[in-house]
Design a protein around this ligand. Structure first.
Ligand SMILES: O=C(O)CCC(=O)C(=O)O
Ligand SMILES: [Fe+2]
Length: 356
């Protein structure tokens, strides 16, 4: 637990222990950024380090079977670790509805919202949280999120989800499922895996998590972070963002950042640590971060496509077939997950857990 001054302790108590979140603090009318949220200068986002000319690929997936589409996806996964897809088949209304649902949930009165606060929620498949791991962070991230464990076809688990957003989240997940399957199908075929059978399904996509992320407008966005640099631990992440922008991806020179421009109707796809490990580094799980926004509240909706908790993953036999040395050992997903959530966001360091 980091040591904190008495004022920061008070804010932790209000934001975390009492379940008000950063949204509650903003609603209480703060006009400056509390010390608890102020990053040391070296950790702040430096806008002069943004490279404008390197665009993240945008891939039209209206025909998944087109060899050019397949090649573009696998190439983007190897070179960039990030790409956007358009014409994926999820209707714009479904995308807009889930973003509106996020605004509706975070627009609820504090007392209504906090009924879902982590540890207090009526269901263990939904929890409202703030920052990343507040107990382990010296400086908190300017973000709240409502996190759902989605179990396909299980209406019982979603029965207790907040009525202002549950239908939209379920509908979005239903529509996203075939897109996820297609993406994994293409990416795994690129690693010489023939088909996604039941066992493969368990190790690649059995336990998705979907979050409604909320980044309230920040009075001094330069001092703090929406999300600090990290890579996702998923196989892939499917991210829906709004038109605010603010997501940046680490450029290949390691020292600069590339903006992921909002495109209406597009989904941002990124490779997570698990797929990098499975591919023995052919695909890249790239660091990314979110800057805080001084103009408007921002929402985003990531789906973390995760293996089942007991899945054991490591470099795939198909990848090592020709005698290549594995760079990673075999790891149980729930151990990797626990390790990720035991520390603050720290770039790509989670991967050390699986390195040989
Ligand atoms: O909000 C975003 O654009 C990205 C959020 C993110 O990177 C995450 O939740 O892991
Ligand atoms: Fe992320």
């Amino acid at each position: 637990m980091p040591s904190r001054n008495p004022n920061s302790e008070k804010i932790i108590d209000f934001v975390v222990n009492q379940g008000n979140g950063i949204k509650g603090l903003v609603d209480a009318g703060i006009e400056s950024v509390p010390e608890l949220y102020i990053l040391p200068i070296e950790d702040r986002f430096d806008a002069s380090r943004v490279v404008p000319e390197e665009p993240i690929p945008v891939i039209d997936v209206s025909n998944w079977d087109d060899s050019k589409v397949i090649e573009s996806i696998c190439q983007a996964a190897s070179k960039w670790g990030f790409f956007q897809i358009i014409n994926h088949g999820i209707p714009l209304e479904v995308l807009n509805s889930v973003k509106e649902a996020a605004h509706r949930f975070f627009g609820l009165p504090n007392e209504e919202r906090k009924k879902y606060w982590t540890g207090n929620s009526p269901s263990d498949t939904v929890a409202l949280k703030t920052s990343f791991v507040p107990q382990a962070e010296a400086v908190l991230e300017w973000k709240d999120y409502l996190s759902f464990r989605y179990v396909p076809g299980d209406q019982e688990s979603s029965a207790l989800w907040p009525p202002v957003c549950k239908y939209q989240v379920v509908e979005y997940m239903k529509r996203a499922e075939p897109v996820i399957r297609k993406l994994l199908d293409v990416l795994l075929k690129g690693l010489k895996v023939k088909e996604i059978d039941k066992a493969r399904e368990y190790t690649s996509m059995a336990s998705p998590i979907v979050n409604l992320n909320y980044y309230p407008r920040c009075p001094k966005p330069d001092l703090t972070a929406g999300v600090l640099p990290h890579s996702d631990i998923s196989t892939i992440t499917v991210l829906l963002q709004d038109d605010n922008g603010g997501l940046y991806v680490r450029a290949s020179d390691d020292d600069s950042w590339i903006h992921v421009p909002p495109i209406d109707g597009a989904l941002v796809i990124n490779i997570g640590d698990i797929l990098q490990i499975m591919s023995n580094d052919r695909y890249k799980s790239i660091e990314h971060r979110v800057v805080a926004n001084g103009r408007k509240d921002r929402v985003s909706v990531p789906i973390f496509v995760n293996p089942g908790p007991d899945a054991v993953f490591g470099p795939l036999p198909e990848v090592l077939e020709s005698g290549e040395q594995p760079l990673y050992k075999e790891v149980i997903f729930s151990d990797y997950f626990k390790y990720f959530f035991s520390k603050k966001h720290d770039g790509k360091k989670t991967m050390d857990f699986a390195k040989i």
